[in-house]
Design a protein around this ligand. Structure first.
Ligand code: ZN
Length: 64
């Protein structure tokens, strides 16, 4: 995801801004890392530049 995207991303549960932790970055794009909600501390992984904004409960339900 592009760094600018952080400005429009919010926690789907609390609608508050997220903290960005970058594990890998290339040309201003985040390849891997995670977003953390400042309110509920939920973690949203970024894998292969794609942020997964699903709450943990939904991610687990999808696998069933
Ligand atoms: Zn939250």
């Amino acid at each position: 995801m592009k760094m600018e995207l952080l400005a429009i991303l919010a926690c789907p549960k609390c609608k508050v801004e997220l903290d960005l932790t970058i594990a890998e970055e290339k040309n201003g794009e985040i390849i891997e890392g995670h977003l953390t909600c400042k309110d509920c501390n939920e973690m949203y992984p970024i894998l292969n530049t794609i942020p997964n904004m699903l709450p943990k409960e939904l991610r687990e339900t999808e696998n069933r």
